[in-house]
Write a protein that binds this ligand. Sequence first.
Ligand code: GLC
Length: 755
Amino acid sequence: MNSCTLQRRAFLLGSSMVAVWMSSPGRAFGLTKPVSLPSERVRSLIARMTLEEKAGQLTLAFAAYAGAAVAAHNPAQAQMQVDNQREQVRGGLVGGIFNGRSIETSRAMQTAALASRLGIPLIFGADVIHGYRTIFPVPLGEAASFEPSLCERTARAAAIEASADGLDWTFAPMVDIARDARWGRSVEGSGEDVLLGSDIAAARVRGFQGRSLRDADAILACPKHFAAYGAGESGLDYNAVDMSELRLRETYLPPFKAAFDAGALSTMAAFNEINGVPCHANRWLLDGVLRKEWGFEGLVVSDFNGDLELIKHGIARDERDAARLAIMAGVDLSMASGIYLKHLPDLVAKGEVPTDRLDQAVARVLTVKERLGLFDDPFRRLDLQRAKKVTGTPAHVALAREAASKSIVMLKNEGTVLPLPRSGKKIALIGPFSEGPHDLVGPWTVFGTDQECVDLATGMRAAMSDPTLLTVTQGSSTTIPLDGGIEAAVAAAKEADVVVLALGEHQRMSGEASSRGQIVIPEPQQRLAEAVAATGKPIVVLLKNGRALVLEGAVAEASAILVTWFLGAQTGHAIADILFGKASPSGRLPVSFPRDPGQLPYYYAHKPTGRPAESKRYTPFTTRFIGLSNTALYPFGHGLTYGDIAYEDIAVISANDGVTVGALISNRGARAATEVVQLYVQIVTASLTQPVRELKAYRKIELAAGGSQRVSFQLRKADLEIMDADHTRRFEAGTFKVWVAPSAEADGVSGSFKL
Ligand code: GLC
């Protein structure tokens, strides 16, 4: 084909893309920002690509070198799989590879890609969810810091390590709002609240993508799972989602919008359906909302086989039909299933998928690669020397300890049993999470290992002046009793002055496909707690958990309780820092801890109903379960410090376009403290019902012993808007209640105003 024809085709392609662009009504009337057109390089490549090569570019392959175990078990077979994949790459039939574990093999794959007919570089992706080699707290734990800037820093550190080891793209942040603690993937997100979830979503995108995607230490973010994956009925993973568009727009979409506004250039479709239409075939969602309303210009990738699963969902007849539905709905890149490579060429050749749609998807993928600098230097993140210099640095280790410490939430501390003295007291550390390289990194770590983390016993010994005063007894396994375990634990408790009970969930009890019917401490551990409590010794419970838990019996009645999630690399040191008072607990619950599993889904920002239950006393014929208060055992935003914090003297000053709300926060205790001051609002009357309270702002402040600080928040009308029945956000004049408080259900100080 001579250059003239080429230019002509490139021009036609360009004009046809303009046509596609202008065809959407939104743009025609300028309702959304104009989409930037593909570069000349991208248009020229598309003009030269065969249908096969285009379908290949839309194929994200699971790395044949993803599992070290496979290679160890059968090296010859593993090598053959790698060789086969490399030949596919050389044939221009693969656009990207994910979850590979070897930078050397990735380099070989990139070399093969550059040797293909058009030499289009591969993109390498992976699940870098909470750290790469230096593992940070699981995202739900890190959200407890109520410090988006911390989340940005850990994402940045993860990007530096991941990009040095060959990765261009992470399938993170997970931004699904989760309000049913039975769902195992709550652990990967930022909890139940829209504001906190949106702030952290944006922060993690900024952290991953850095200053410019062209920078070698930037990796492409991928807010997931689009959308409402956390709303599966009964908290059952992958389950159907059925909700009003109003609730979808008010609660589940905002964190995605915040992530895209922060610059994320990819997103991942969710496995679930919404109101009968699976997300992977949901054109209203993937094109209507994402493209036409929001002007998103990045790429949409399927979740693992999510396009193929349209058959199981019952809306695709076969693989070919699934490929057609997915590409036409707006899924640009097919992860793992391979059905785009198999069926798109024929679908396009037979006119069942327009060439324009195929070219649009290819243009998005090539444009993302271009923005990542992969055409300029395909090996920029495949630098064998860089990884050694930037991985596991003292700065990253220190950050892991800081993040872990700030993620710990102190639920109670009766009789100030905490902090423990570093010497002079015998401590019995008891429970399945007392020591050993297990359950430290938490679910969803593809590259970090428990072996590289500091366990609890190690951390406590390091913090104690006389480590011989610490005894360690397992007492029970996580889910099965240990022969003689309880007896040994009771004996150890009797010898000690104080007991530290390390109980909770192992790391396969949360994460994907890990929904639990009963969100309680496994029964053998509960029995262990009851037996140890019977000794009468003061007990400090350390919870290991990937979700909110219902605490019962001796666990709930312990003198002190710390929520420690899965804290990653510096687990032991961070917990010891809090236990022995080197740091004051500052974490706040990003999810409500209900009183009973029967309350699920429980979240604080619930509607009042026509018969709101009184929180302080029983009121008949109101919205509550028999024998249960309609409140949380420990509410969203709750967390104690080593200070004694008082909220006083609220002042609400109205101005024409908003109000200023201030309060005096004092620390009457003898120890310095970090307090997370929270501002909640209730819109008392509106055209649609509104939550009893909603977080509108929060701020972490440092208070010296005896110190105080006046904290003020600005509330503009835009912060007080509701989404009306037409799904338009607008301000409605009226009366507003406001709280400055330490949690979603605490009184703090309150007032009201009209605006
Ligand atoms: C999984 C998850 C998704 C992950 C993907 C790739 O099934 O749903 O979050 O990014 O596969 O590993």
